[in-house]
Design a protein. Structure first.
Length: 261
């Protein structure tokens, strides 16, 4: 079976790319399940209920997020009732929403588990993603061996360490957050697919999605500035992972970079 995991969807440009490009990618690659990180899909920071509904309408099976999940507070209204829209698992248990989910694919007797984590290095202090994920994955493996992990983190070392830590326990560990696709996709020794960062779906004539002139001004002057979305050179970044649904072992991972406009 094949899963398509899409890197951080940024603003309206990213959503337009999903709408236009996803059907062709699914058909060309024989995709059975689509997962996407969409924590920046509302104006480049956060996600709202209408945007979540829009993205689900493009046939995303699961939406993951990260440290910007709370930027648009209205999303809190639906997190407890939408188990396929995830917030990071390693927030406190009292936090609204779900940090993991298991779905059953339509037309298949196959269950897919998804775990959403956020890192701690150079980021807000939260609960340990290593301990939290190991406990949750142990529970999920009693239901399915097919488990996909989104580690939304700043430090490459933290992502790589988590890949080794979960090798053989999950189908894939996929990094998000930095918006720059890395060229280190691999199958780890015990059968887990891994990539440090899947990349960004949005405008690349930018600084990670924002207008480059505004970002340059901020770096040069150190003065506060409001960052607006860029809107040119739009690409979709993703990975395709082929796996054995009976064992949960991955056999293939491939990076995708597809231009929208």
């Amino acid at each position: 079976m094949k899963v398509l995991f899409i890197g951080d969807i940024v603003g309206e440009p990213g959503r337009k790319a999903i709408k236009a490009l996803l059907p062709g990618l699914v058909k060309k690659n024989g995709i059975d399940c689509v997962i996407a990180n969409a924590e920046n899909s509302a104006g480049g920071s956060g996600i709202t209920p209408p945007i979540a509904k829009e993205l689900k309408g493009y046939n995303l099976d699961v939406i993951t997020s990260g440290d910007h999940i709370w930027k648009r507070r209205e999303i809190i209204e639906i997190l407890d009732t939408e188990p396929t829209i995830l917030r990071p698992l390693n927030y406190p248990k009292e936090t609204p929403g779900f940090g993991s989910t298991i779905i059953e694919l339509a037309g298949h007797a196959v269950k897919i588990g998804v775990v959403n984590l956020v890192g701690r290095v150079f980021m807000q202090a939260v609960e340990c993603p290593f301990r939290a994920s190991r406990e949750e994955i142990g529970r999920m493996r009693k239901i399915t061996p097919n488990i996909f992990v989104d580690i939304h983190a700043e430090a490459t070392s933290e992502k790589i360490a988590l890949g080794w830590y979960l090798d053989g326990l999950v189908t894939a560990v996929m990094g998000t957050h930095t918006h720059i696709q890395t060229a280190d996709e691999k199958i780890l020794p015990e059968g887990s697919a891994y990539i440090t960062d899947v990349g960004m779906t949005g405008p690349f004539d930018s600084v990670i999605g924002r207008r480059k002139e505004q970002i340059l001004t901020r770096f040069i002057t150190q003065m506060p500035a409001r960052f607006q979305m860029a809107d040119a050179d739009i690409w979709l970044n993703a990975v395709v992972i082929d796996f054995d649904e009976k064992t949960g072992k991955a056999s293939f991972i491939e990076r995708i970079q597809k231009k929208y406009k």
